[in-house]
Design a protein around this ligand. Structure first.
Ligand code: 5GP
Length: 204
């Protein structure tokens, strides 16, 4: 069986990558969404095992020591990491996997898994990004300031990604991501010619 495709989506907080990923999952129910582990506090409405695995620093550090992460990073003073096992199991089953992670994590994945597809979500503008972060109301002022600084830095360093998607209009951005997935699936390295031939698709 052909291996699944690993898609890594990052972008500054408030750029809307979470919403875009949610929509793309609705359109592609077979897409495996990796649930990250984090040491940050649960926000209102978040569910353990659905949005994140909420664990403490000690547990997280133990997982680092046991090499259980595909990547991990310290983001705004909290640890976030992608458990390796479920991702590789899904890929081996032929399922495509989507990771929604920060830019430091994405760089690590690029090193260890360069055949991944790397997508960066850009906000319509810096001022809209700030407005969205404030509207969310989940963060304290100092964290908003930190996230805005990070956003500038991330945007200035996003040119190594395979695709940049501007999230000006949600529908357009989701369509763009879908187009990326479709195009990537058609690359010769991902098309299984044996199946096409032996399945008789090309000889009829
Ligand atoms: P939030 O706290 O707003 O849910 O996420 C903060 C940042 O951490 C976002 O940029 C999000 O994409 C990133 N993030 C979430 N999970 C992971 C992960 O497993 N690894 C890394 N490196 N970043 C993550």
């Amino acid at each position: 069986m052909h291996k699944g495709m690993l898609v890594v989506v990052s972008g500054p907080s408030g750029a809307g990558k979470g919403t875009i990923c949610q929509e793309i999952r609705k359109r592609n129910p077979n897409l495996f969404y990796s649930i990250s582990a984090t040491t940050r506090e649960k926000r209102v409405g978040e569910i353990d095992g659905v949005h994140y695995y909420f664990i403490d620093r000690q547990q997280f550090e133990k997982m680092i020591a046991n090499d259980e992460f595909l990547e991990w990073a310290d983001v705004y003073g909290n640890y976030y990491g992608t458990p390796k096992k479920p991702v590789f199991e899904a890929l081996a089953r032929g399922q495509d996997v989507i990771l929604e992670i920060d830019i430091k994590g994405a760089r690590q994945v690029k090193k260890t898994y360069p055949e991944g597809v790397f997508v960066f979500i850009l906000p319509p503008s810096i001022s809209i990004l700030e407005e969205r972060l404030r509207k969310r109301g989940t963060e304290r002022e100092e964290i908003i300031v930190k996230r805005m600084q990070m956003a500038w830095e991330e945007i200035a360093n996003c040119d190594w990604y395979d695709y940049l998607i501007l999230n000006d209009d949600l529908e357009t951005a989701v369509n763009d991501l879908e187009a990326v997935l479709t195009a990537e699936k058609l690359k010769p390295k991902r098309v299984n010619y044996r199946v096409l031939l032996e399945g008789g698709v090309l000889i009829r």
